[in-house]
Ligand binder design. Sequence first.
Ligand code: THU
Length: 157
Amino acid sequence: MRKIDIIVPITEYTYDELSAEDRRLVDMAREATYRSYVPYSHFHVGAAIELDNGEVVCGSNQENVAYPSGTCAERSACFYAGARYPESKFVKIVVAARGTDGEFVSEPVAPCGACRQALLEYEQLAGRPVPVILCGKDSFRMLPSVASTLPLAFTEF
Ligand code: THU
């Protein structure tokens, strides 16, 4: 018998403790929440993905009356990045959200399982860890990689 513990290192920052570059990405992810289309959940999510070509690609959740046809902010951003800049590698991912009251959520929101899976593949294409920043109202959690958000991921067959 062998016991295996998986530890996910998370560093929490205040806005002022973030680097200027990370603050810019946070601001862009937050701005993207205002471009969500969320008539059903009224939960606004934004994602900003920094690419190694210097571009930052943003996405927001886009819902549909046939609920499963909608998509999360993270997947709209990562698929747009892949479609628009297929040669570019992901550098960093930032996720922000506003609740049904329109305010930024106090507790940082984490990507759903499907988004983690989708993002993981782009991290593998990048060939190096892609840090993820999860934004709360006043606290920002940095994870070292997408892989750290999805332990025991399915990656190949
Ligand atoms: N949502 C995201 O955009 N990203 C997540 O990581 C979690 C959930 C969206 C899906 C749906 O439009 C709304 O938030 C409520 O679940």
